[in-house]
Design a protein around this ligand. Structure first.
Ligand code: PMP
Length: 487
């Protein structure tokens, strides 16, 4: 195994393959976020447990976990076995199968608000279905979403994801909307009311004034797509109360928190049950499956909700939905998570990791290094703030320093998500955490010895800038904002 010392790594083979890929894959990748790797998009060959290897033979201690799904680590034998067996019995029936039913029953048992559900392939699809359902159930068009949250890449949620600066975001009560991409119809921005997160007073004011237009409030329970920001005490409860009071649908987007904070997701962890929940990522160890689950009926007058899908009034569909290998992967993942009581250990390791990073930062003179999160996932950043509470706060962070940190960690064989997010898995050991802390300490020392002037101009802080700058919409989010956002 390569140590986590800084060694001159070669990326020659990856570079060659990337050159080839750019002739056939747009930008050389299959998802926009993969462009923003350091030193450039890499090609990987294999992965096992907490580690993966690129085509140049470089080894990485992996805290990205493929952007979250690999909660058991890479290539878990029980998952692989289940997938193989299920595939051997057929791949897709365009019909029902027993394992699909068993998975649904398992989710119903584990997730507080999961009375009825439907499977899809991705979180984006389930978010889309949830908003359609909320509109149908309430007869209203708009929804409230929060700045910096990510609910997939579809049109109707492609505003409010980023913003270049606090000034450009404007008034807190009526923020300026910044499109995340070109190609959005003009009217799409009218579908949503975007607000800063974690501000219950503001939310109450806006909802009390405009509730007759609003179908739903959608939120990540922990704001993981920019920072790793827990809800302020009472915030989720406040959303629940507002939705009850005004007959809105409460949608909790658990694509990241689901199966990561616990088997019942954030709704169990925080004790707040939404009307609709969306789970994906960590549910199936990297196989494409997501679920929209929620109440049959909602509100004081028990209006139909998931029941509208059951009755065919609201359409949800998909050729590949609940295909055999994906369902088997989910069942096996949940069985291991439940059988081995993984979550307490993830919290313990995560807390130790966060504490170790704080100590390393203090001892190397990085007084503005902030570690925030819950343990199974957490975020690091350089900021003058002692607490980051919403997207606007994240804009105070020093992105150049963070970019340098991520680059230097990768050079030491520690892979961290570019926006400073760490994920832990059942495959990580205490020794891995200590190795992560030791690498971070060395990186922090190195950064201290580099002049801050050279850091701010260093090319490595903004990989691929030239390549992607041309896709920015004039007036849209900056490259920095785009690269740090959700995955
Ligand atoms: N919601 C949240 C909170 C997410 O983090 C993501 C993906 N990062 C999505 C939705 C979209 O999920 P997918 O990439 O599976 O479409």
């Amino acid at each position: 195994m390569q140590s986590h010392n800084s060694t001159a790594r070669s990326y020659f083979c990856s570079q060659e393959l990337l050159n080839r890929a750019q002739n056939v894959l747009a930008g050389g990748v299959s998802s926009e976020f993969r462009k923003f790797s350091t030193p450039h998009p890499l090609f990987y060959e294999r992965a096992s447990g907490a580690r993966l290897w690129d085509v140049d033979g470089n080894e990485y201690l992996d805290f990205t976990l493929s952007q979250g799904p690999l909660i058991l680590g890479h290539s878990h034998p029980q998952v692989l076995k289940a997938v193989t067996t299920a595939s051997q019995n057929g791949q897709l029936f365009a019909g029902q199968h027993l394992q699909e039913l068993e998975l649904a029953e398992t989710l119903q048992r584990l997730i507080p608000g999961a009375e009825l559900m439907r499977f899809s392939l991705s979180g984006s699809e389930c978010d889309h279905a949830a908003l359609r359902l909320a509109r149908a159930a309430t007869g209203r068009d708009k929804f409230v979403r929060f700045e910096g949250h990510y609910h997939g890449w579809f049109d109707n949620v492609a505003y409010g994801v980023t913003g270049p600066s606090v000034e450009a975001l404007g008034d807190r009560e009526n923020p300026t909307l910044h499109p995340w991409t070109q190609g959005l119809p003009d009217r799409i921005g009218d579908e949503m009311i975007v607000l800063p997160w974690n501000d219950l007073e503001l939310l109450e004011k806006v909802v009390s004034e405009r509730h007759q237009e609003i179908a739903a409030i959608i939120t990540e329970p922990v704001m993981c797509n920019n920072g790793c920001i827990p809800p302020q005490p009472g915030f989720l409860e406040g959303i629940r109360a507002l939705c009850d009071k005004y007959g809105l649908v409460f949608i909790l987007d658990e694509v990241i928190t689901g199966f990561r904070l616990g088997l019942g997701g954030a709704q169990e962890f925080f004790g707040v049950t939404p009307d609709l929940g969306i789970f994906g990522k960590a549910m199936a160890s990297g196989y494409p499956i997501a679920v929209l689950c929620g109440k049959k009926t909602f509100g004081a007058d028990n209006r139909p909700l998931m029941q509208m899908i059951a009755d065919g009034q609201v359409i949800h569909a998909g050729t590949m939905n609940s295909c055999n290998p994906c369902v088997a992967a989910a069942l096996a993942t949940i069985e291991v998570l439940e059988g081995e009581n993984v979550h307490p250990r993830l919290f313990e390791l995560g807390q130790a990791f966060m504490e170790g990073l704080r100590t390393a930062a203090r001892e190397t003179g990085h007084d503005d290094f902030l570690v925030q999160g819950l343990g199974p996932m957490f975020n690091v950043q350089w900021t003058p703030l002692s607490e980051v509470r919403d997207y606007r706060d994240t804009l105070a962070g020093d992105k150049a320093k963070l970019g340098r940190f991520i680059t230097l960690m990768a050079e030491r064989g520690v892979r961290v998500i570019g926006r400073g997010l760490f994920y832990l898995s059942a495959a990580h050991t205490s020794a891995d955490i200590q190795a992560g802390i030791a690498a971070a300490r060395a990186v922090l020392e190195q950064m201290k010895s580099e002049s801050s002037a050279s850091i701010s101009t260093r090319e490595a802080a903004l990989p691929q800038q030239d390549e992607t700058a041309d896709v920015l919409t004039p007036g849209a989010a900056s490259l920095e904002a785009r690269r740090e956002v959700a995955i």
